[in-house]
Design a protein around this ligand. Sequence first.
Ligand SMILES: *[C@@H]1O[C@H](CO)[C@@H](O)[C@H](O)[C@H]1NC(C)=O
Ligand SMILES: *[C@@H]1O[C@H](CO)[C@@H](O)[C@H](O)[C@H]1NC(C)=O
Ligand SMILES: *[C@@H]1O[C@H](CO)[C@@H](O)[C@H](O)[C@H]1NC(C)=O
Ligand SMILES: *[C@@H]1O[C@H](CO)[C@@H](O)[C@H](O)[C@H]1NC(C)=O
Length: 421
Amino acid sequence: MEVKNFEKINDDKQRQPSMAARARKARHCELAARAAMAVAFVWTVVVQLMHLWRTPRPLREYQSNGYLMVSSNGGLNQMRSGICDMVAIARYMNATLVVPQLDNTSFWHDQSQFKDIFDVDHFINSLRDEVKIVKELPAHMQRNVNMGRYVSMPPTSWSDISYYTDKILPGELKKHRILHFQKTDSRLANNGPLEVQKLRCKVNYNALKFTAPIEKMGKKIVKILRKRGKFLVLHLRYEKDMLAFSGCNEGCTHEETTELQELRYSIPWWKKKEINSTSARLAGLCPLTPEETALTLKALGVDRKTQIYIAAGDIYGGERRLKTLRAAYPNLVKKETLLPPSDLLPFKNYSSRMAALDYIVSLESDIFFPTYGGNMARVIEGHRRARHVKIVHLLEVKTPHSKKHFKREKFTIDIKTGLSQ
Ligand SMILES: *[C@@H]1O[C@H](CO)[C@@H](O)[C@H](O)[C@H]1NC(C)=O
Ligand SMILES: *[C@@H]1O[C@H](CO)[C@@H](O)[C@H](O)[C@H]1NC(C)=O
Ligand SMILES: *[C@@H]1O[C@H](CO)[C@@H](O)[C@H](O)[C@H]1NC(C)=O
Ligand SMILES: *[C@@H]1O[C@H](CO)[C@@H](O)[C@H](O)[C@H]1NC(C)=O
């Protein structure tokens, strides 16, 4: 109606530009529509890509040969390494893994279970393309366990993966359908097939994520340290269990030496009882003492003002043994001195949760300095290398749109290969 009126009141001269204007307008509309469609298309693709990214990896389909239950032994980081091995073993035996039980009888006496330390759902979901993991046995299987119809054994230490696939799988798992491994420490040899190694790395650096409260408190400590500048994490493995186990008593009093020896003799699964501390030291089997640590840090040129965060439980011998280190590095801190006591209350009685906080801080530190090449030193070193890869690839990312997916993809691939470069 309006258009007609409009035409009526316009003469030819006026009509010419008006038609051109209309054509222009139409073209504008078309262009706008096309642009809108293009935007919509790009948006759809982006949304779908994001959806794809969020969608859990596809399940790995396989016929399960039975259930594998495992009891991890040792402190947090020993259990952590053991869990990585057990996931790989379950994967290559085509077993269904039951979420590991954590040690509540070790020196550290922590009653925490897996779900108190690690994010269980993340663990299960991030490994779904490798191995089936269940939170607990199905009821009918649990009844079998209750009636003793299952096999429980410690697997042979430092075995090849073929020990599990060729011997344990046909001999135990397929026969009994429920297999329980009583121990998980060092049950799988290193330097096996690359595929197995990749999977262990994926578990260690990807699937084992701490629970939200632990992550939150760990980040809080890191934030406090960062506010004051750069920091070095010192994994001062000068704790009672370490000294008792290794028989190293350099610098200890006579009473302490006796106490350490008594502890060693009281723990049946610590095989070596008679240890000459001097020979052990000469053989390079002892952790650095706090005094030697101070000397080493000075020799390495670490500045006196450096913030040094001690990642450890109680140092054996207490302040008496820390005196030299504190004199050389007065900026010595630990979680207990950085956080108000109320923050640590939910963690204090649980050594594994305390160790998890140290783990987070160690990962984030500018320098990580372990005084002994034990479980924590090794898992942290590997984890820091894996994260270094992430940083390297972030620098390579150029286009802002692809950034998110690109960097994550790269990250996952590198974590899987476990290669640091
Ligand atoms: C595991 O499952 C895969 C896929 O079904 C199969 O190809 C493979 O032979 C199985 N291996 C064992 C040891 O059962
Ligand atoms: C330790 O854990 C096992 C299995 O999870 C449980 O049966 C046992 O009661 C626990 N021991 C203590 C002292 O809590
Ligand atoms: C311990 O070993 C050192 C060095 O090998 C040796 O000199 C010392 O006599 C040994 N001590 C004992 C009590 O055997
Ligand atoms: C920690 O353990 C001690 C001794 O077992 C107990 O007295 C205390 O109440 C516990 N504290 C917390 C916060 O659970």
